[in-house]
Design a protein around this ligand. Sequence first.
Ligand code: ADP
Ligand code: MG
Ligand code: ZN
Length: 705
Amino acid sequence: MFTKAQELLASYFGYSSFRRGQDETIKNILDGKDTVCIMPTGGGKSLCYQIPALVLEGTTLVISPLISLMKDQVDTLTQNGIPATYINSSISITEANQRIQLAKQGHYKLLYIAPERLDSIDFIDQLIDMRIPLIAIDEAHCISQWGHDFRPSYLHIHRVLDYLPVQPIVLALTATATPQVRQDICSTLGIAEHNTIMTTFERENLSFSVVKGQDRDDFLSGYIRQNKKEAGIIYAATRKVVDQLYEKLNKEDVSVARYHAGMNDNDRNEQQERFLRDEVNVMIATSAFGMGIDKSNIRYVIHYQLPKNMESYYQEAGRAGRDGLDSECILLYSPQDVQVQRYLIDQSTGASRFSNELEKLQHMTDYCHTENCLQSFILQYFGEEPKQDCGRCGNCTDDRNSVDVTKEAQMVLSCMIRTNQRFGKQMIAQVLTGSKNKKVIEFSFHTLPTYGLLSNRSMKDVSEFIEFLISEELIAVEHGTYPTLKVTTKGKDVLLGNQLIFQKERVETKQIVKDHPLFEELRHVRKEIAQGEGVPPFVIFSDQTLQDMCAKLPKTTGEMLQVKGIGEHKLEKYGNIFLQVITNFLEQHPDIDAMITTEVITERKQSKKAMKNSHHVTYEMYKQRDTLSHIAEVRELSMQTVENHLIRCFEEGMEVDWPSFVPKEYESMIASAVEQAEDGLKAIKEQLPDNISYFMIRAYLQMNK
Ligand code: ADP
Ligand code: MG
Ligand code: ZN
């Protein structure tokens, strides 16, 4: 039966192989075993019941909590030539009855229903006359009161199971993996726990990064400008910020939509539709947006503000790149947002869960500060032991230089002290740049020794530098009537010259997808067809399919069938239209052939590889007996970066000769400092002369492990 499943995968969906976990789940189902399937968002859960639905006799019942999703899913199936329908509150009673009758006659392979239907015994009675070989429960975490979206109606699912004359196979699917939720699903549905199939949560096509100490608005505008043809979501923490960003980007002529709980249903739906249909490319939203969005061609998800926990973050970020193409997830970090989230938690959480939520927020903040692989951090958070670094994320690919900015930091901090730590960013920047602003003069700040110390830099530059110092936690922001800046303990250390501060070069925005003239034409045709059929473009073909057409340049229907995501049904429907577009294009561009296009793709892969191994390059040089300072010079990196590279390689299991980094004459000094200091590198460092670096201490600790 499994061979049949593979054939159906190719003929209906146009895919050549199953993804991780899909084959196992489908085998289980076809063996008649009730199963729980846990895969990350975008992992491909739908196929796990859609393929068995095609193999098994009768109508598979799919319970899904998301009304907005049902139509798109049914449209997608219909597009692939699979008879399917849905019943939910968006259709009339007459329509619903019609569909039930047709289902009883065996017209559909799949019937989607909202869980609320199961509240009615009348409805369940109708099911008795249907032949139901399989019940798929999507978003099965809604069964659990421990999950984040508990739905009481989900508890009625067992009613159906009790009523039906022939027991269907039960498949529960979710992206929530916590043990508590898993147990709840198993016990409520009577599934044996060993029949849980869980894949890694790694998403190989996503690259995560955290951008901090940089002007967020600038970054955002630049990013959107560079990727204006691609679809992306920007998440903000509050409605107010969503509205502000919406206005701002609108003024910059960006095609944007917005979504938050403060808008009325009509507005929200309209905005969502426009985004789904590629009529606008950018969606700015609170976390209210996204449940039930299957749009597969989202190329980036930017968090303008810190989300409240890793669960929300991974779920929201995971909406990028469902089609499997490279996509980016960027978090713009600013320490003030920790306060915003604290406040939101404070407002919405009962005392019993308060400390739990704060702890989760702490993990979220830790994510923003880690220098290790971000994907690995996420996987570890969800209880996985990643085998290796991802090589794609902002930290894995970070080869920016670090610059010593201790002096400038001291100027800012001392300016704050001289103005009694009573002012905000604006005023401090004005004093430092030597502004003749009325306020500055009124307070006589033009007579301060720090006045104009940074007059060679712009206001904006200095403000951004202050942002950086805030993100490094040398400065804290206190929110009174106005936000005021205070020097932290760490800041005092820097001021006293006990600690150096390095700043990395800014993260430059880049284009995610290379322009390809044929891709643009295909995308255009897809949109026209979609408009004609009243469905979102990604339902016709995914971006992956269009890209594969660019790479393969099919000239015959046989070749077209080789393209990812084109099954027989779609070939028949759209094959000729797209073949025509490709033929015309090739006539107009005789110079472009498959060689070049595939070259572009491999080149992209290679340049990524070259980038990812910056620390390995350092390591190779180190192995060639280069000194660290020489490596730093040749590679134009700071000493600190080179040292970090070495530490990272060591953590990856490579050999490092630690004793060679601890000068003999310092060894005993370090030893006694280690003994005396409570713990933490900083405490040890404080007891030692300045010329003993952090790196020496770390080396010492490693060799004495
Ligand atoms: P989930 O429900 O797990 O979030 P979906 O079922 O919506 O994920 O699938 C995400 C995307 O992956 C869809 O666009 C789907 O067509 C695609 N997909 C699923 N399985 C495969 C496969 N075996 N090969 C290629 N693409 C696949
Ligand atoms: Mg799904
Ligand atoms: Zn990584």
